[in-house]
Design a protein around this ligand. Structure first.
Ligand code: OGA
Ligand code: MN
Length: 287
């Protein structure tokens, strides 16, 4: 396996690994370490299917159930559909597309869950001929750039993350009644630390609506400033998808967003799994 850096602040491309086959423990250990170190990994020219995708995901830990079908229909599945093609291979509805457009705001997957996700793993089967990129940025690099005063200001703060809040920015009908009933705001630390490397990062994104104990206007301005710091143009890696790409990112410290594409004209079919985090972020130690 070869590991090459793809951006000055984070991210690597790994070649020489076939993820459709079971990996040796040695290869998996290298990938696991690289995920902790680089926060984003790209594997190209993979021949994936859902079974291999699930097996690979389980190497990192427990599967996290997919939230769209879980909270809207009570159905547990582990493969999330990203793009505009459903399980039967048909184009999805405009309402579903509107909700999916919420992914075009900078976010961390599942930060609206009490235990936020660790990794997301996304595999591309059909991609548009133009646009449809996904952008990624490192909240660790952003933390390193913060001045001491800001670091002290955010150190023990808690952000309130709320899926209904972020999704309804796309329109009131971007969520359904069942999601409104079952998806509640959760508390997450504003500063997190990787248990393997010890590196710290800010933890923000589109789902954050408040900071506990901070006046609303001040909190909104601080959230905006932190997201802007993470996503400075020169800090962003923009991924142009090819069929067979599989990427992993670390939701503990990476923000990402979709860039949009012509949903009428093109098909975009990607499958996503997520690795469950180990505990609520507010229970994680900071040293
Ligand atoms: C995701 C996501 C954005 C995109 O898969 O979690 O936010 O480009 N994707 O589809
Ligand atoms: Mn996402």
């Amino acid at each position: 396996m070869k590991i090459e850096s793809i951006h000055a602040e984070f991210g690597a491309r790994i070649s020489g690994a076939d993820l459709s086959q079971p990996l040796s423990d040695r290869d998996f250990e290298q990938i696991d370490l690289a995920a902790n170190r680089y926060s984003f990994l790209l594997f190209e020219d993979q021949q994936m299917n859902d079974g291999a995708h699930l097996d690979f995901t389980r190497r990192f830990g427990q599967l996290e159930e997919e939230h769209v079908s879980y909270y809207s229909q009570g159905k547990i599945t582990y493969i999330g559909l990203v793009g505009n093609v459903d399980v039967e291979g048909n184009k999805t509805t405009p309402r579903r597309n509107k909700s999916a457009r919420g992914n075009e705001m900078w976010h961390s997957d599942s930060s609206f869950r009490e235990i936020p996700a660790m990794y997301s793993i996304l595999s591309a089967y059909e991609v548009p001929d133009e646009a449809g990129e996904t952008e990624f940025a490192s909240a660790r690099a952003a933390y390193r750039r913060l001045d001491q005063r800001t670091r002290e200001l955010i150190e023990d703060r808690v952000g309130i993350h709320d899926y209904i809040y972020s999704r309804t920015k796309m329109g009131e009908d971007a969520v359904n009644q069942s999601q409104r009933t079952y998806m509640h705001p959760v508390r997450q630390r504003l500063v997190r630390q990787n248990p393997v490397t010890g590196e710290r990062n800010v933890f923000v994104g589109s789902h954050v609506k408040q900071i506990e104990g901070m006046p609303d206007a001040e909190a909104k301005a601080l959230i905006r400033r932190l997201i802007d710091e993470v996503t400075r143009p020169e800090s962003v890696y923009r991924h142009r998808w090819r069929v067979g790409d599989l990427v992993i990112w670390d939701n503990r410290c990476i923000l990402h967003r979709g860039c949009g594409y012509d949903e009428q004209k093109y098909r975009r079919r990607m499958h996503q799994t997520r690795v469950r985090g180990s505990m609520p972020s507010i229970a994680e130690p900071l040293d």
